[in-house]
Unconditional design. Structure first.
Length: 205
């Protein structure tokens, strides 16, 4: 959000809520079905090819069991001037197996290369040093298509380079905040992005 549309940082600071989108509701339903299946709470025959299990999954928005916090401190000559917190939530966790789950529901579905390059995956690798594997389940956001288009499963090992990339990305993002230029994504002071995260609720529309 900071890199492509830094004006959304101001939307966030103002406490604005993203516009509700039908595709988000559909994606949330798909997530819930997959999370129930991999946790063993409700098996779905359309997902029988998925052999991974995740004892911990998000069962509500902002589920504390899936939460992580990364403190980032910035300063000069070892003097701390600012402290930031990066907060996120895993879709699922297998602590014993040292892996986390990420679910992406979209049309078209994600590719392995896209997941390997995903900064979100790298950030989550940095968030928990004990985790060594990221598992992606990617599917259509319409569960009624799964019989014809089964969700795909990819596994990616986490590397020291992933964590280095995440740190670099975080520090560059903090530089944007501290610079105070939040015009990213605006044209003549207006948000013209049809895919703006805040939609019609964006204060720059």
């Amino acid at each position: 959000m900071l890199y492509r549309a830094s004006h959304n940082w101001l939307n966030k600071q103002m406490g604005l809520k993203p516009e509700e989108r039908e595709e988000w509701k559909q994606g949330k339903e798909a997530h819930a079905i997959i999370q129930a299946h991999v946790s063993g709470k409700k098996i779905d025959d359309r997902l029988s090819h998925i052999k991974y299990t995740f004892p911990i999954v998000e069962e509500k928005d902002f589920d504390e069991r899936c939460k992580f916090e990364i403190p980032i401190r910035t300063g000069v000559n070892d003097k701390v001037l600012n402290t930031y917190k990066v907060i996120g939530y895993f879709d699922g966790l297998d602590i014993e197996g040292k892996r986390f789950l990420e679910i992406k529901s979209s049309d078209p579905v994600w590719s392995l290369i896209k997941f390997q390059n995903s900064m979100q995956r790298k950030l989550y690798a940095f968030a928990n040093s004990q985790i060594t594997e990221a598992v992606l389940i990617t599917c259509s956001k319409y569960p009624d298509r799964w019989a014809q288009e089964p969700p795909k499963v990819f596994s990616v090992p986490l590397t020291p380079q992933d964590k280095s990339d995440a740190v670099k990305w975080l520090l560059e993002g903090i530089q944007i905040i501290e610079k105070g230029d939040f015009s990213g994504g605006l044209v003549d002071g207006k948000c013209v992005d049809p895919y703006c995260y805040y939609g019609r609720n964006c204060q720059f529309k």
